[in-house]
Design a protein around this ligand. Structure first.
Ligand SMILES: *Cc1c(COP(=O)(O)O)cnc(C)c1O
Length: 453
């Protein structure tokens, strides 16, 4: 019998619904608060269309995926589940390592799973343009791709340091018809005020969010779009885990540990939540490991508190694991993992003991990326390589313990636009960045004061 590496779902088994974990939580997730009144609030209607505002707060267990969204998903979904046998052999481990390959989408990551849904609902609501921020460019390119398919305009505020470090991602967005602006920009009040204080600001996701939010708030035909953190984004990403559950069944196994890298938490949640459902509903003892960089350790070193989502204080306050909204992390290459906060749902699950966070410095991460590339062939994005590092360490721990462990991680995206980072790694020019304790303490001083009931 051929040893199977690749588990493919036929397209007619593409899941019909996203999974909303809120329906199964044994605790309440603290609500969003209005940035001025500090009262519980919905997502602001000037920024989001009604369908997404409703999804943000729904308690329905399953949300049907609209057929036009499934039709676009079928351009690359279901994505493969792969058994990493060569990696297992290289590690000489009894563990079985599986990964879900989200690099198969046209933009090369999991991000279009939500971009396509957001573009669809916004188009339905008569919106003409979506604006957003992007760090490394993956989210911007996913939204550019999605807007193009639904005949919408797309504006992207791209963190300035990435705009110049990663010109090809900008061109990718432009190829799909988006307009890309380096942030902080003089086009918005938020950008202007940063530039007045620091004309050479490298930008940050927080600043770019403020710019995009401001543009959406001041234009009737424009809505804002966020690529991570919010409940509706995590909801859309659960297509990953719903497929993976069916594929693990095809493989005849169940994961002992599910792993994902975390920036805002969406790819991790997308894979993990459908498996967490089995733990919440049936007490299955699966572990869930969220992996972050030591340079931006919101889960391992941050605090669980209400914080602003953006530097200009326009977005609602969310209770989350945070390093403080004024925290500007070092320019590590995993640009998608540099956000100061973590999804409220992921943070609450961490708080209640369902998620184990770990942090790795970037040299250990690139070492894992290269081992993966030289065994399994695919080149991971630096963000993804954080999950690979943790998967490898789980497999090594299984070897130590002499136990068969079934490990499943999310291959959130390929690294074809990250060759500059690999080049620096090979040249010995990458450095580890530890958590700058004083700077984060400084940033935590700026947390909003919120009295909780
Ligand atoms: C954006 C991105 C991430 C981090 O975002 P999450 O919302 O935490 O998933 C991870 N991997 C890749 C490839 C990304 O593009």
């Amino acid at each position: 019998m051929v040893e199977q590496n690749y588990f493919l779902l036929p397209q007619d088994r593409l899941p019909k619904a996203w999974y909303n974990i809120v329906a199964d939580l044994p605790f309440e997730v603290p609500p969003l608060l209005h940035p001025v009144t500090r009262e519980p609030t919905r997502l602001p209607p000037p920024l989001f269309c009604d369908a997404l505002i409703e999804q943000e707060e729904t308690r329905e267990r399953y949300v049907e995926i609209p057929e036009p969204v499934r039709e676009v998903y079928r351009l690359w979904r279901p994505t493969p589940l792969v058994r990493a046998r060569r990696l297992e052999q290289a590690l000489d481990t009894p563990a079985h390592i599986y990964y879900k390959y989200e690099g198969a989408s046209p933009p090369g990551s999991h991000k279009p799973n939500t971009a396509v849904a957001q573009a669809f609902y916004s188009k339905e609501a008569g919106v003409k343009r979506l604006v957003t921020e992007t760090g490394a460019g993956q989210w911007g390119s996913a939204l550019a791709f999605a807007c193009n398919l639904f005949g919408m305009e797309c504006g992207v505020y791209m963190v300035k340091v990435s705009y110049y470090q990663k010109p090809y991602r900008r061109v990718l967005m432009e190829a799909w018809g988006a307009r890309v602006v380096p942030s902080p920009s003089p086009e918005t009040r938020a950008g202007q005020s940063i530039l007045e204080r620091d004309p050479d600001s490298p930008g940050s996701l927080g600043i770019a969010i403020s710019e995009a939010v401001e543009v959406a708030a001041t234009h009737d035909d424009t809505k804002y779009s966020l690529g991570s953190v919010l409940n509706h984004v995590l909801l859309h990403q659960t297509i990953i885990g719903e497929e993976a559950r069916l594929q693990m069944e095809m493989a005849g196994e169940a994961p002992d540990v599910v792993i994902g890298c975390v920036g805002g938490g969406s790819n991790f949640a997308g894979l993990a939540f459908p498996f967490l459902r089995d733990r919440l509903q049936n007490g299955v003892s699966t572990r869930f490991v969220a992996v972050e960089p030591t340079a931006c350790p919101s889960m391992t070193k941050g605090i669980y508190a209400y914080d602003y989502g953006d530097t200009a204080h326009l977005a609602p306050l969310a209770k989350m694991d945070t390093l403080g909204h004024t925290f500007i992390p070092a320019s590590i290459h995993a640009g998608g993992l540099r956000y100061h906060g973590m999804a409220p749902l992921v943070s609450a699950l961490h708080r209640h003991g369902y998620i184990e966070p770990v942090a790795y410095p970037q040299l250990a991460v690139f070492e894992a990326a290269v081992l993966f590339a030289r065994t399994e062939g695919f080149i991971p994005a630096p963000e993804t390589a954080h999950a690979i590092r943790a998967a490898i360490d789980e497999a090594l721990a299984a070897r130590e313990a002499g136990e068969k462990r079934v490990i499943l991680f999310n291959f959130s995206g390929h690294g074809h636009f990250d060759m500059g980072a690999y080049e620096q790694y090979f040249a010995g020019k990458l450095e580890n960045y530890e958590y700058p304790a004083e700077r984060v303490l400084e940033a935590l001083k700026d947390l909003p004061k919120v009295e909780e009931q």
